[in-house]
Design a binder for this molecule. Structure first.
Ligand code: 13P
Ligand code: SF4
Length: 360
């Protein structure tokens, strides 16, 4: 079985991949590029041959993000793209729940994930059976679920949300159902951060993102002392105390927009490490300070296994059609909401402190 090492760095490959090299040259050495560029060229050729698209999350490494991603973005953007893509094959350069979401939205397409073990600590924190018990305990209270969950959890859900639209979804659901409480699962920290931005009372589950839970307020304060002019952008999966001492909280796409629109001189992205590498390629006037945590699940995806996914049609992600049909309703309700507004004021996270949530 060919492993991709047979492809050579020819002048034709060098020319075809030059625009990608321009994007990644500050993060990839010329020696690495001589190995990566032939794989990038071959992956891009296979995509055309097989009518495939690669949906790549913002946490992919720069050679994937800039080299082979047809659509790059946050969880919300990737889900929307999966729903509208007309390619035959979707290769999910991200984690398993993202591939499942693509399959749920595009059941007729072949969805491939390059490594089946690319999981997520949030997705594995809760099962469909847990949600059924929660619904028994809180009858009549709507269930809003973060997309970082398995298909069977989504099937038990009223409306899904992402970090880009969680406040908007919670408020929409509360209004539509005529209730003042909403169950928002499974990320406890996202739930706590949403609670600070709405009057809707939040019932939360104790799931955590293993990447973002490790940041502390002390880390940020230390950083601020060392770099007083740096603007601090944090992901809402971080603890509330981290967001309190940050300048802005938003999804990975919102962080990207913040940097590209506001062009801060110095910025810190409190999130997964590849995020800054990818934004930096398009923000030459911004200096990125680099405290970050790696997501071991996202980092399972490589150019090598993307090539193998396309070459050998592996690994196919399937969802039981009965579960997929119910899960689709909850994801589609989210997609049908108007796009989230990037807040005009970027200090939204400081608006309110210490709003409590009810922990299940
Ligand atoms: P977003 O890209 O939706 O902000 O999500 C971050 C994340 O951790 C996905 O796993
Ligand atoms: Fe899951 Fe966190 Fe990794 Fe995202 S960064 S895939 S939420 S563990």
């Amino acid at each position: 079985m060919a492993d991709g090492s047979q492809f050579a760095f020819t002048p034709a490959v060098e020319a075809a991949t030059l625009p990608m090299w321009e994007k990644v040259k500050h993060h990839v050495t010329p020696m690495e590029w001589r190995l990566q560029a032939p794989l990038i060229a071959e992956i891009n050729r296979l995509k055309r041959e097989k009518d495939a698209v690669i949906l790549a999350h913002n946490y992919m490494t720069p050679e994937i993000f800039h080299g082979v991603g047809d659509y790059v973005g946050d969880s919300l953007g990737l889900a929307k793209e999966a729903a509208k893509s007309d390619a035959k094959i979707i290769v999910q350069a991200g984690v398993h729940f993202m591939a499942e979401t693509s399959k749920i939205l595009s059941p007729e397409k072949t969805v491939l994930i390059p490594d089946l073990l690319a999981g997520c600590s949030l997705a594995s924190s809760i099962t469909g059976a847990d949600v059924r018990l929660i619904k028994q305990r809180y009858p009549g209270i709507p269930v809003v679920t973060y997309v970082n969950t398995t298909a069977d959890v989504k099937a038990e859900t009223d409306v899904c949300c992402t970090s880009a639209n969680a406040v908007q979804v919670v408020e929409h659901v509360a209004k539509e159902w005529g209730v003042d409480r909403v169950i928002l699962i499974p990320d406890e920290f996202l739930a706590r951060n949403v609670a600070r931005q709405t009057d809707v009372k939040i019932i939360a589950w104790q799931g955590r993102c293993e990447v973002h839970e490790r940041f502390t307020a002390a880390d940020i304060l230390e950083l601020r002392e060392a770099y007083p002019n740096a603007e601090v952008l944090a992901h809402p999966e971080c603890p509330a105390e981290v967001l309190e001492v940050s300048d802005f909280a938003g999804s990975t796409a919102a962080m990207n927009d913040y940097v590209l629109q506001r062009k801060p001189k110095q910025v810190v992205l409190i999130t997964e490490c590849s995020m800054a590498d990818n934004v930096a390629a398009d923000a030459p006037d911004t200096e990125f300070l680099r405290p970050c945590n790696l997501c071991p699940h996202m980092k399972r995806i490589s150019l090598q296994n993307i090539y193998e996914a396309l070459a050998y049609d592996r690994y196919e992600v399937t969802v039981d059609p009965a579960i997929a049909e119910r899960a689709r309703l909850s994801v589609q309700r989210m997609i049908d909401l108007p796009p989230p507004l990037i807040p005009a004021r970027y200090d939204l996270v400081k608006a309110r402190h210490h709003v409590d949530v009810e922990l299940i």
